[in-house]
Design a protein around this ligand. Structure first.
Ligand code: PRP
Ligand code: 7HP
Length: 189
């Protein structure tokens, strides 16, 4: 059946079902690696709101995974209202709990030029966690400015500006259940 898309959206790139499959695959790998341990997931707001929630629940459905999973959130901003990163990352909200001695998994929606993740790895790594890894739903490797290790990848993102499932353009489109390409006329040249 033909789907009616909101104004500004050209086409769906990744369906809600494909996103759920990617989260399940990441959850299985994470469950294996953290079996019998206590794990803290740190979701990076606002974009990773949905992937953090869905990955956490997918993880709870895998038998034999971590003994317990705690959630925390951090907020950073580097894109402001633009569709290109300023490269300057700002911490806008810190976690609520200390992570010293804890196994920590940063959960991101997308890694593009890599500045955000580079900043977060360095900042959280300085706090002496027992371990620090990264799970990313979308790896967008075409314009990487800094090399950042990613431990769990859901999907490779097409070389497009994508919105939906947490990803925004000027704070719009975050609540779409799929990932979509914007119409080119919506973006500045
Ligand atoms: C987006 C996205 C990632 C970051 C990735 O966040 O959610 O956190 O950009 O970009 P990079 O790899 O090029 O640094 P944004 O700064 O737009 O904030 P938001 O999550 O609140 O939308
Ligand atoms: C950040 C970001 N936000 C939304 N869509 C994209 O394609 C993006 N790349 N980096």
């Amino acid at each position: 059946m033909q789907q009616t898309l909101p104004p500004g959206i050209e086409r769906v790139l990744v369906t809600a079902e494909e996103i759920a499959d990617a989260n399940r695959r990441m959850a299985e790998a994470i469950a294996r690696d953290y079996a019998g341990r206590s794990l803290v997931l740190i979701g990076v707001l606002k974009g990773a709101l949905f992937v953090t929630a869905d990955l956490a629940r997918a993880l709870a459905e895998v038998p034999g995974g971590p003994t317990d999973v705690q959630l925390d959130f951090i907020a950073v901003s580097s894109y402001g209202n633009a569709h290109r990163s300023s490269g300057e990352v700002r911490l806008t909200q810190d976690t609520t709990h200390a992570i010293e001695g804890r196994h920590v998994l940063i959960v991101e929606d997308i890694v593009d030029n890599g500045h955000t993740l580079h900043y977060l790895r360095a900042m959280l790594g300085n706090r002496q966690p027992a371990s620090l890894r990264v799970a990313v739903l979308l790896d967008k490797p075409y314009h990487r400015a800094v090399d950042v290790p990613i431990d769990y990848v859901g999907l490779t993102c097409p070389d497009e500006f994508v919105v939906g499932y947490g990803l925004d353009y000027q704070e719009r489109y975050r609540t779409l259940p799929y990932l979509a390409k914007l119409r080119p006329e919506v973006l500045p040249a």
